[in-house]
Design a protein around this ligand. Structure first.
Ligand code: BDP
Length: 709
């Protein structure tokens, strides 16, 4: 009781001093609130020495100073003399000059080690590159933020994946497609002259989790970004991000040679077109010598592409790859394609891309969404993973929660990412996980990458929902090391963002770790998918049947009728299952053995079908929807109990959003079940709360101004 009161008092005091608005993300650097640890940290590090001078080493010094001054509540000495109890950071080369080099420095990544020389204690961060030293500095700060001992360190950490990228879907007018956190952080109007502090803090946050590249603009690209005035703006951002090891990439519109180059064609095999791209690329590299390359969405959802000229995706990608190759650039070509004529959208990307395996240039990666449809709450892994051995495939995840409750639902996505990365493709026998395809190890590719559609906007706390920050954080951590568990990542994030109090950590972790299954259950349980509202994708609309294309309509996906529900993708249906290896196919092929999670992804199942639980499918569906709602109630209750331990601003914000999430979960449950009941004609089980509105009521809800559309 006394402890609670004291905590309350302390938290009030902290509030007066500095309102917590979430801007500082996981880099809050608050004074260590454990005196024993604080004393030990202060003893271990009394000074810092940063070897070498450069914009990156200046960033290392600034971050260590800011971090240690805050965490140790001290004024850390910056020294140039080697004295005891010093934290020394520098590249291997710089430390050789100090006679401190260590031959365990990894080729990529960093080494943090404690050393005693002449009875003096040193903590040394070293690496081959300055950026890797910066990653090491952030790692050391993380150790302190998460209350770990730093007296006797020997840490070697190397990234598993080379390209760790954010994809901004930001338009030049600052509107963010599928963005729920305000408008774009890139203020194109005031660039290149005005440099918002936010750009620097964005760079710090990314570097702190190892993100090393960013695609600044929407894949539905506007060619204007490739004009000279905009390239100068891009160059200004590249200059800010460079010291933090972040390369800039651009989404390129395939028809740019026509739109801004005034050519008659964008045919990738036309010489004038090729010359246009070569000149454009030269212009870019003159401004941005370390420009990363292009991301391209082509012949997808109305975007221009090589197929308009009878050419293949490989022809298009290679033409651009040829242009960037002399400068060390790459092309990331998206595999997100589907055709309204096809009988199953699931099969499309595989059908179009597998025949092109081996036809892409060396500096092309094909970027594949995690699942075959589109970032749904749960999808089986895309069958392309493991099916293009000669092509480096890059993972595309979505941080912005287009299909996961958008800006108002708390959904921790690491379990979703892990589920996909850990899935076994069986492409080269067992243990051929998607992660091994992605990191290049399965087929010995040197290029490898993970990208995620950003959830960042200009809202004060960056991501709109405070817990969206955890997804950004998790993306970086997993791209660096996908063997980390969702729980480890959540723990770190909570400790840095909220508190190291074990009770607080356990409780928030519980909320986070149950949140993904909750959203699956209250939106699309048992393998349902794509049953949200058309266009804006907000809320349930399983009845929707009038989109401009059949494959944008929910009825295309759930196929509910008097007999049952679900999409038959077995041999008796579209046979999409054929695209997987036999061992994977076997997991899903039989509706009696297929796991509940994927049942309606692959089978049209009778309402009376007996589930593993012993319930009928109909009752199981009701049960799952109810379970989803109940999970959100449990999340709310847990959050309420955290009130004394969390600053009032962030507590209240999350509290209000959880209330919306609860309301929305009930809405999803009721709307979906009332609609599916028109087919099943079966009663709701007794345990299920009766809907408070009619189906017609739900069908009449319209959201013309839902954000992000
Ligand atoms: C869909 C989004 C759409 C994107 C598209 C894409 O609804 O806004 O443009 O993906 O990834 O999920 O290109």
């Amino acid at each position: 009781m006394r402890k609670t009161l004291l905590l309350l008092l302390l938290s009030c005091l902290a509030h007066v001093l500095h309102a917590e608005d979430g801007y500082d993300l996981w880099l809050r650097y608050k004074r260590i609130d454990n005196n024993m640890l604080l004393t030990s940290y202060r003893k271990t590090i009394t000074a810092i020495q940063v070897a070498g001078q450069s914009p990156t080493m200046d960033a290392v010094k600034k971050e260590l100073e800011q971090g240690l001054n805050g965490l140790l509540d001290t004024h850390i000495t910056v020294t140039s003399k080697v004295a005891g109890n010093t934290l020394i950071a520098g590249t291997r080369e710089a430390l050789t000059a100090l006679k401190l080099q260590d031959n365990q420095t990894p080729a990529e990544g960093f080494l943090i080690t404690s050393k005693t020389i002449d009875n003096k204690h040193y903590t040394i961060i070293t690496a081959n590159t300055e950026t890797d030293v910066l990653y090491g500095a952030f790692h050391l700060l993380r150790l302190i933020q998460t209350h770990q001992s730093i007296e006797n360190l020997h840490i070697i950490s190397s990234p598993r994946v080379k390209l760790r990228l954010l994809n901004h879907w930001d338009n030049l007018n600052r509107y963010v497609e599928r963005g729920y956190a305000g408008i774009s952080i890139w203020n194109w109007h005031t660039l290149p002259d005005y440099i918002d502090d936010r750009y620097i803090d964005y760079a710090r946050a990314n570097a702190s989790v190892g993100i090393n590249g960013t695609v600044l603009n929407n894949v539905n690209a506007n060619a204007t970004i490739l004009t000279a005035p905009y390239l100068r703006k891009v160059a200004a951002l590249a200059n800010i991000l460079r010291p933090y090891g972040i390369k800039v990439y651009l989404s390129a519109r395939f028809s740019a040679p026509m739109e801004i180059g005034h050519l008659k064609t964008a045919d990738p095999l036309n010489d004038t077109v090729r010359q246009w791209w070569q000149a454009k690329v030269k212009e870019i590299y003159q401004l941005i010598p370390d420009f990363g390359g292009f991301l391209v969405k082509a012949n997808s959802e109305g975007q221009p592409g090589p197929q308009s000229y009878g050419r293949s995706h490989a022809d298009g990608a290679n033409m651009m790859a040829d242009a960037v190759a002399p400068f060390g650039g790459i092309v990331i070509w998206r595999a997100f394609v589907y055709d309204p004529q096809a009988n199953d959208r699931f099969k499309q990307a595989y059908a179009e891309f597998t025949p092109l395996d081996g036809k892409f240039n060396k500096n092309v990666l094909v970027q594949v969404k995690n699942g075959p449809i589109d970032f749904q709450p749960r999808e089986p892994f895309s069958p392309l993973f493991g099916a293009m051995p000669q092509t480096p495939l890059m993972m595309e995840f979505q941080l912005t929660q287009e299909y996961l409750g958008q800006g108002t639902h708390l959904v921790y996505e690491a379990p979703l990412f892990k589920e996909v990365l850990d899935a076994d493709t069986h492409a080269k026998g067992p243990n051929s996980s998607v992660a091994k395809v992605i990191d290049g190890s399965l087929y010995e590719h040197t290029l490898s990458g993970i990208a995620a559609v950003s959830n960042i906007g200009n809202e004060r706390n960056w991501t709109g929902h405070l817990f969206g920050q955890a997804n950004w954080y998790a993306l970086g951590r997993l791209a660096w090391d996908y063997t980390l568990t969702s729980e480890q990542i959540a723990t770190e994030w909570i400790q840095q963002t909220f508190s190291n109090d074990p009770a607080v950590v356990t409780s928030i972790k519980q909320i986070m770790l149950t949140s993904r299954e909750a959203v699956v259950n209250y939106m699309t349980p048992l393998g349902l998918h794509h049953i949200m509202g058309n266009g804006h994708h907000y809320g349930p609309a399983p009845w929707s049947n009038n989109a401009p294309r059949p494959d944008w309509d929910p009825i295309y996906y759930h196929k509910a009728d008097a007999k049952g529900i679900g999409f038959d993708r077995t041999a008796s249906g579209t046979n999409a299952l054929q695209q997987y290896q036999p061992a994977v196919r076997q997991l899903y092929a039989d509706s009696n053995t297929c796991s509940d999670q994927y049942l309606l992804w692959f089978h049209h199942v009778s309402w009376q079908h007996k589930m593993h639980s012993g319930r009928t499918l109909w009752n199981e569906l009701c049960h799952k929807y109810q379970e989803g709602v109940d999970s959100v109630s449990a999340m709310q209750q847990r959050w309420e109990q955290l009130k004394p331990y969390i600053d009032p601003e962030r507590f209240h914000q999350v509290q209000m959003l959880l209330a919306i999430q609860h309301k929305d979960a009930i809405w999803w449950r009721n709307a979906c079940l009332l609609y599916f009941q028109t087919f099943s004609q079966m009663p709701f089980p007794a345990s299920y709360e009766k809907p408070d509105h009619t189906l017609e009521y739900y069908q009449q809800q319209h959201f013309p101004y839902a954000p992000g559309n």
